[in-house]
Design a binder for this molecule. Sequence first.
Ligand code: SF4
Length: 214
Amino acid sequence: MSEARPASTTAPGASAAPQRLPPEATGGVTQATMVKKSAPKTDYRPSDVSPQRRMQRRYTVRLWSVRHSRFLEWFYARFADAFLLLHPVWKKIGYGRVEAPVKFVEKRVKGFLFDCRMCGQCILSSTGMSCPMNCPKQLRNGPCGGVRANGNCEVEPDMPCVWVKAWEGSRNMVKGDAILAVQKPVDQSLRETSAWLRVTARAAAERESAGAGR
Ligand code: SF4
């Protein structure tokens, strides 16, 4: 006579999911601690594996830029002047031809300093050098109503709210009150294009029309 076997709830061929025990059932020890303790011991012990520290490090350069918004405002004004001075060169070569190399540099430089998302309509000088496109909701006119009590984002709890930082950065800038200006919605067709060249070409056109009007 064959022995009776307990009925299985697992479908044939399917592997059983690991059973999760509540912390009370393991004497307050969590599953993560048990996994960590059972890991093989080796000579290599990473010095810093705190996910929180790792997240904070991710925002280090971005926050540096906000803290140095006044210097970056000054530098960006000089840089924009230099770019405008080169307008005849860009025009001779053709703005379309120089776009790829300029965009390549712009993406890397602004990506490093501001975590730029290349929206193509840069408003950093109006947002305290805190890029609004890093807001998970991509708000361009101030924060949503969900900023946490510690000033962090409601969607990404480890990330400081980009608009809280924008306000802090703007307070250091000479033209910081530009943050009060209402921004237009993002034109998605300008994504992945060079804001540097767009601003330069626009400034050159304004300069020429002002010269022609005299
Ligand atoms: S506003 Fe747009 S162009 Fe400026 S840093 Fe942010 S994503 Fe880049």
